[in-house]
Design a protein around this ligand. Structure first.
Ligand code: PSU
Ligand code: MN
Length: 310
């Protein structure tokens, strides 16, 4: 691997010794969750993993260096420094050359994690096709990047701020496999059930490990997406989400928000409209995804599934 990518001593040791590692993204810390709670949340996601015997690998760019596994000071910087940029996969090289500090999106995190030989990655929600994309062409690079990045991503599906059926169609076209965890419906982030069916359901981390092993055997180059819903009693009231999303989308279009500002803007507005409730649910679902990712990584480790890359 390029010596320009720095793998932390803890992550390096875990990968070398074959103990489980789970990657975590950092755009959620720098741009997705509001300050100041974002830092506590970032620490909590890591400690959930540590508590389960899994080494956390939060990924970010620090002064132009892609880092797989952050020190406490680096994590704090990503959470608190206002100049931290949002880095998607296409931005990695530019941010490196410019010595920028950046939070990595699902796309950028997947690329860096896979390069380091990490097999499992937990996040909140994936980017996808935005509503109105037929005119704006706004589709997250998360989708195209996952089509060529071999990693397993655990998320709570895609948010209702997006065009969910269009996102599912694009995932199909791009060859990104989606399995529902204990559900046959795609979850919609804050909401347990988007109303859209999935082709495949799995009921245990072991089944997911079987699928990963089979994909390895055929050299499958794309990502596996595990859609993990919150239990209905933990979700956000679907009618409140509806109202919040409608109002967020109106504001975004009135203000002419474009490009990589769109997702952070919409998340912010939904937070305001739900009076902060969306944040609690957001944290809940990331925790749940982190736990499931840890279980998958642990079982792969028991079966000694070795890194494909790195
Ligand atoms: N979903 C969230 N919070 C987030 C994001 C998504 O609930 O912070 C971030 C992720 O990092 C995702 C990115 O990869 O937004 C997608 O941004 P875009 O739509 O600009 O590709
Ligand atoms: Mn976009």
């Amino acid at each position: 691997m390029s010596s320009q990518v720095e793998v932390s001593p803890a992550v390096r040791a875990a990968l070398r010794d074959g103990t489980p590692v789970v990657a975590l993204e950092s755009t959620i810390i720098s741009h997705g969750l509001p300050r100041p709670g974002n830092l506590d949340a970032a620490r909590e996601f890591e400690s959930i993993l540590s508590g389960m015997g899994v080494t956390p690998a939060t990924i970010a760019l620090i002064d132009g260096v892609p880092r797989i596994g952050l020190t406490a000071a680096e994590l704090e910087r990503v959470a608190t420094d206002e100049s931290v940029v949002k880095v998607s996969s296409r931005d990695i090289g530019i941010a490196m050359a410019r010595k920028a500090t950046g939070g990595t999106t699902v796309a950028a995190t997947s690329v860096l994690a896979a390069t380091a030989g990490i097999r499992v990655f937990a996040t909140g929600g994936l980017g996808g096709v935005h509503r109105g994309a037929a005119e704006t062409f706004d589709e997250s690079a998360d989708l195209t990047t996952l089509s060529r990045t071999p990693i397993t991503v655990v998320s709570a599906g895609v948010k209702a701020i997006l065009d969910i059926p269009a996102t599912l169609e694009r995932l199909e076209t791009l060859g990104v496999a989606v399995v529902g965890y204990r559900t046959s419906r795609l979850p919609a982030f804050w909401v347990s059930d988007s109303g859209y069916d999935l082709d495949w359901r799995v009921d245990s981390p072991g089944e997911i490990a079987d699928i990963i092993a089979a994909r390895d055997a055929i050299g499958e180059p794309s990502a596996l997406l595990v859609a993990n819903p919150l239990p209905p009693e933990a979700q956000l009231d679907p009618s409140l989400v509806d109202e919040a999303v409608r109002s967020a989308l109106r504001d975004a279009s009135a203000r002419g928000i474009l490009g990589k500002e769109v997702t952070p803007f919409l998340l912010d507005r939904v937070l305001e409209v739900t009076g902060g409730l969306s944040l609690e649910v957001n944290l809940r679902l990331v925790r749940s995804n982190v736990r499931l990712a840890a279980e998958i990584a642990a079982i792969m480790n028991e079966r000694s599934v070795v890194p494909r890359f790195g």
